[in-house]
Structure formats: C-alpha cells, structure tokens
Design a protein around this ligand. Structure first.
Ligand SMILES: Cc1ncc(COP(=O)(O)O)c(C=O)c1O
Length: 452
C-alpha cells in the first residue's frame, strides 16, 4: 500500500507550525519588523524572504554545526550556509589565519606568497594547470564563460534545464513542458533574451547535446558534474565520457562547476571520477566561508587565451574585481585547504551521511512512502517522488513547495535547519552521531504527523 498525502491535514499542520514558530521567536520577529524599515522586505538578500517561518531567524553566533539565534535557541545546522560553511562554522585554523592576516593587510591588488601555495594545491586537487581568483563562484563562472567566448569566437553557451550556477545572466533559461526554450520563470530584468546567448537541453540527453553542438556556435558547455540545485540528479553511466568526446569533436570548451559537488571528495567530482574539463569553477566553502571563488583551466586554454589577449586591455575586458585575490581570502583559503577540507574530514563526513541516509530510508520504508533519498558525497536529500529523476524537467515537475515548507518548518521548530527550497542536508564532520539520530527522530515524527 502506498500512502497518499492529505492536503487539508498538511495545511492544518503548517498553520500550527507557523504559530509555534511565532511563539518561539519573539526577538527575531521584533528585529524583522525593524529590518523592514531599512532593508527591502526586511532581509539583506531578497531570496531570504523564502525561508520557512514568518521571518528568517536572526543569528547570535555559530560554531561547528550549531548556531544560536537571538531568542536563545540552539540549532543543528544541516544547511551550513548552503555549502558556504561546509567546513563547519568558523573552523579554528581558518579563524586563526584570518586574524593573523587581517592584522597584516587585507587587500592590496598585489599577490602574497599564500597565492602560490593555493594555486599549487588547486592544481594537485583538480588536475588543471592555471588558476585565477574571484570573490564568488558566480564570478568564476562569468569569467570562464567570457574566456571561452573570447577563445572560440562563438557567441553562445549551453546549459542544462533547471541548472543553477549563480546569478549568471546567460543561465536563466529553461525548457517548458513541451521542450521549448525560453527565459526562466522569475528572470529579473534580463539584459537580453537568454535565447540569444544560450542553448538549453535536458541533463543526460546525449542526442540533444550532439545536435546542439554540431551547429558550431557554442563556445562552452557549463555544467555541474551532478546536478544539485533542482535536487541531486546523477549522470547516466558514460554521460561524462560522451559529453567530453562530443565537446572535443565540436571544438566546444567544457566548464565544470564544482561549487556544490565539492562534497564528493577533496578534488570534487572531477578529482574523484577523473573528469577532464577545460575549465573548473568553484567557490563557497573553499576559504571556510570567507568570500572566495576560483576558476582553473588547462594549458591549452591558457595558450589560446594569451594568443588573443591585448596586454593593455587586461584590466577592462570584463574580467575583474578589485578585491579578487585579496590577501585575506587567500590566507583563509590556504588555511582551509591545508587544515580543514582534508581527506579525514571527508571520510568522517561520509560515515555520518551514511548514518543519516540509513535513518531516513528506514522511516520511508516503515511508512511505505513513495519517497526516495538521493546522495552525493555527504550531501543527502529526501524527495517526494518514488523514482529518481533523470533530468531537471522531471525533477521540477515533482517539486512540492507546500510539503517542502512544512518539512523545513517542522525541523526548524525542533532545532534543525535544513537547506531551503529542497530537503537537503550537508552532514559534515563536526556533527555527532547523536545529532544525526536527532534528525532521524524529528523526520520520523513529521512523517507520523502527516501519515500516522
Ligand atoms: C553550482 C553553483 N555554482 C555557482 C553558484 C554561485 O555561488 P555564489 O552565489 O556564491 O556566487 C551556486 C550557488 O548556489 C551554485 O549552486
């Protein structure tokens, strides 16, 4: 027997959880009211209006995988700044390096010796020869795209349906239910129609990839090695090998975005599975939460780029950032790579994620729910559908915002912060077995309230 969800019950439960949230967070609510006087919608960044609950929690302080809010409540944080704090909050080695560097100069527009160590370490982890720094993964993607267009002289890029690579104009395109491409819903003030800059196809669709690239107008494919932002979607066996073969044959560059897939291992999915991209982009946790983005590329890319670069124009060509490569971010990245994002960190995180996954699967089986759990490294996620999707279109069709919101709020009200907009947890080394079991229990209680 497969259970079905009673929507009126869900609505009632959601209302109850909303009231509980309000009763438990008077101080956050008070600050939120005040914040509305100086910040649009009362939040520092617009997407924060979408947090479950009446307002976002205002944070007092955070350490490891826990934080305390201004109402004195403590939370287990499985969101970890949506990967920005994947290291755990304020890792000791990073904090020490930041304090030391901050007292010796923060930004100079000149390199420090730490940059060399970092460049060599990125080379070792990801296998690409040359590295450049930005402050965000978004900028890393933007600059890789610009380089690819400059090298190939081709106008377009190709992305996969329902991808997310930061606020990169070219990527806000999607396929409708009939497979027709157009601006993605919610695309705010686009400079041009993304159809002019971008082709979009479904992930795992090799025939569409081949047809799209044979036209010879695509500078680069920009892809996560495993899709993560519409939920985890794994590549079919052989997908990456074939994509690489087609991109090479058609003279298209391949940009692999490891910003979220860094949870696979110290060298991301690329290091773990031996991918051979022309560019690799990353950001978020590399400096323990201090702003940083990186993009790496091969020797062949570097040569082709230099051959087309006018030295006098190197500072005005659309690749920039006054604070990029600043001494503080670089020192933080060195300390984080050296001491925090180590093989041991990954091993312990994987074991905890195993435990988390087993707990959730057991509850799903106990209640015979048509739900599944998806996994990438120590990223674990439950989905309200019976079979894994093969692409973004299928995944998007299964999004249940109301149920998502309920599961988030239920967890939040019981001391657990999940990653917003899907039910994803980064189960990292600083968590304890008891933390993981606490989640299993809270998840089980949510399921019981919905279906029991
Ligand atoms: C795969 C991927 N790339 C890039 C980014 C952009 O990161 P940021 O917003 O830190 O620039 C994100 C953000 O979620 C992402 O998921």
């Amino acid at each position: 027997m497969t259970r079905t969800l009673d929507r009126s019950r869900l609505e009632r439960l959601l209302r109850e959880e909303e009231l509980r949230f309000q009763a438990d967070h008077p101080r956050s609510l008070e600050l939120f009211q005040r914040a509305r006087q100086s910040m649009q919608a009362g939040v520092p960044m617009l997407w924060m209006v979408r947090w479950a609950g009446t307002c976002p929690l205002f944070v007092q302080e955070a350490h490891g995988v826990h934080f305390t809010d201004v109402d004195g409540r403590t939370y287990l944080d499985f969101c970890l700044g949506d990967t920005g704090a994947m290291t755990g909050h304020s890792p000791e080695a990073t904090v020490r390096a930041v304090c030391e560097q901050a007292s010796k100069g923060i930004t100079l527009m000149l390199p420090t010796e730490d940059a060399l160590w970092v460049g060599e370490e990125l080379q070792r982890r990801f296998g690409l020869k040359y590295w450049q720094f930005t402050l965000t993964a978004t900028d890393a993607n933007r600059f890789a795209i610009r380089m690819a267009r400059h090298i190939t002289g081709r106008p377009r890029i190709l992305v996969f349906n329902y991808c997310y690579h930061g606020s990169v104009d070219e990527t806000f395109i999607s396929l409708d239910e009939d497979g027709v491409p157009g601006p993605r819903r919610g695309n705010l003030g686009p400079p041009v129609n993304p159809l002019d800059t971008t082709k979009v196809i479904e992930f795992n669709d090799i025939p569409a990839l081949e047809t799209s690239l044979l036209a010879g107008d695509v500078a680069a494919v920009l892809a996560e090695p495993v899709m993560t932002n519409i939920g985890i979607i794994h590549p079919d066996p052989g997908f990456h090998k074939t994509m690489r073969e087609i991109t090479r044959r058609t003279g298209t560059l391949l940009i692999i975005d490891e910003t979220h897939t860094l949870c696979t291992g110290p060298g991301g999915y690329t290091g773990q599975y031996g991918l051979q991209p022309d560019f690799l982009t990353c950001g978020k946790p590399l400096a323990g939460g201090i702003p940083i983005g990186v993009y790496g590329f091969t020797e062949a890319v570097a040569e082709a780029f230099w051959a087309k670069l006018e030295w006098e124009d190197a500072d005005v060509g659309g690749i920039g950032g006054t604070l990029a490569g600043n001494a503080l971010s670089i020192a933080a990245m060195r300390a984080t790579l050296q001491n925090v994002l180590t093989p041991e960190f990954y091993e312990r995180s994987q074991l905890l994620a195993d435990r988390y996954e087993e707990g959730v699967v057991k509850v799903i089986q106990e209640y015979e729910l048509p739900w599944i759990v998806k996994r990438l490294g120590f990223r674990v996620e439950y989905w309200f559908r019976a079979a894994p999707p093969r692409n973004g279109g299928e995944a998007n069709a299964a999004v249940d915002s109301q149920l998502d919101r309920f599961m988030h709020l239920w967890a939040l009200n019981r001391g657990i912060l999940m990653t917003p907009f899907h039910n994803m947890a980064l189960v990292t080394a600083d968590a304890s077995e008891a933390d993981v079991d606490h989640h299993t229990q809270v998840f089980q209680e949510a399921v019981k309230a919905l279906f029991g």
